[in-house]
Write a protein that binds this ligand. Structure first.
Ligand SMILES: C[S@@+](CC[C@H](N)C(=O)[O-])C[C@H]1O[C@@H](n2cnc3c(N)ncnc32)[C@H](O)[C@@H]1O
Length: 376
């Protein structure tokens, strides 16, 4: 075959759609990573996604929660507290029958105290129960023009819960647009100040719109919106924040299988896609440098990829130790599995952090999140 014929064939060969290429690459990589679980995750990713309704505490909450409860939706965060209470009462019941040994008592109390104290009492997010595929309609503005709830993948709330924001905290959301997690952070009512940043100016515009539709004017002062390269943040405001959320750009697995528009598997974005783990690592390191010693950082993605999840966390911990002499403790979030097992399907085998797997009965995620404690 001549060179010119090869050239003609290459240029006229039909282009494979980005969504199809994404599926081929996922089949190759995730087939190996998840083994026999992959067919179930695959069919779920290709099926209708489930949403959650994040209640806007700055609207008429009573009316909104009533409206959502009339649809038979449940606040999954509130439900998780019942899990803890039931666990407590079983513990008490058992205790009245036979007194546990001092060791068992210590073990039980540390298991139970941690979840109760670290789940924000103020965030409310309604979902339809497992197996129920009903959908929420978009919220309509109340009398003063504020929207009562924000529709999002309910698993997106988990990284925010994991951040465990405390009253008076200075918070940074390094990659914030379009703003679902920022809005959830503000629902805690705990942020003294929140810096919401995103490199993309068009996406920061969406952030402004979300705040305008959901927040009263006086609260908009608490939020500072910027459009900087997050990788530089560690140099700009170092050791400043009590809490940092690093919700990085990723292969956005569900979107990549369903939408041609803005798909990271487009041929022209191949280089960008291959550089993602490096960008993610740089953003996570910058986020940790921006946190105060003693502060907490949550790293999150909406990808199933180990290379974008555990690998990035592990490299960041190594790099901070070697280059900056900063010690990081990767925290155990396995109690999230017990708390939220009736709403989400968790992957039990992450080396570090937690991963929500899409499942036909609970079609949320993927969502990976890991909390890191900066020790010095
Ligand atoms: C997964 S999205 C964030 C979603 C957002 N946290 C939410 O919950 O709505 C990742 C974001 O990172 C932004 N981004 C990409 N590179 C960045 C960089 N170098 N610095 C800051 N933001 C960046 C993208 O514009 C994108 O909006």
């Amino acid at each position: 075959m001549t060179n010119s014929l090869i050239f003609v064939q290459a240029t006229t060969a039909p282009r494979i759609p980005s969504t199809r290429l994404a599926l081929q690459i996922f089949d190759m990589n995730y087939g190996v990573q998840f083994g026999s679980l992959w067919p179930s995750i695959r069919i779920s990713l290709l099926s209708e996604q489930k949403y959650g309704a994040l209640v806007n505490n700055f609207s008429d909450v009573l009316q909104i929660t009533q409206q959502l409860e009339n649809l038979n939706a449940v606040d999954f965060i509130w439900e998780s507290k019942k899990v803890v209470q039931d666990h407590d009462s079983i513990g008490e019941d058992k205790a009245s029958k036979s007194a546990p040994s001092p060791e068992t008592r210590t073990e039980l109390s540390t298991q139970q105290e941690q979840p109760v104290s670290s789940i924000s009492p103020n965030i409310k997010c309604y979902t339809f129960p497992k197996g129920d595929i009903s959908i929420f309609h978009p919220a309509i503005p109340d009398v003063i023009g504020i929207l009562g709830y924000y529709l999002l993948d309910a698993a997106s709330v988990l990284p925010v819960l994991a951040l465990n924001v405390q009253p008076g905290d200075l918070v940074l959301d390094l990659c914030a647009a379009p703003g679902g997690k920022t809005l959830a952070l503000l629902q805690t009512g705990c942020c003294r100040e929140l810096a919401a940043n995103d490199l993309s100016t068009s996406r920061t515009h969406r952030l402004h719109e979300v705040f305008h539709r959901y927040l009263p004017q006086e609260l908009q002062k608490v939020v500072r919106i910027t459009s900087w390269d997050g990788r530089k943040w560690g140099e700009l405001e170092t050791s400043t924040f009590d809490r940092v959320l690093v919700d990085v750009p990723c292969t956005n697995d569900r979107h990549s299988l369903m939408e041609e528009n803005n798909n990271i598997f487009m041929r022209m974005r191949k280089g960008e896609r291959q550089m993602l783990p490096r960008l993610q690592l740089e953003l996570l390191v910058a986020g940790i440098l921006a946190a105060k010693p003693g502060g907490e950082v949550v790293y999150s993605t909406c990808s199933l990829s180990q290379l974008q999840n555990e690998y990035v966390v592990e490299r960041a911990v190594e790099l901070l130790a070697i280059q900056y002499d900063i010690e990081i403790q990767v925290e155990d979030l396995s109690y999230f599995r017990r708390l939220f097992q009736s709403t989400f399907s968790f992957y039990p085998d992450c080396r570090v952090g937690e991963l929500i797997l899409p499942h036909l009965t609970a079609n949320f995620g993927p969502m990976y999140f890991c909390r890191l404690h900066r020790l010095n």
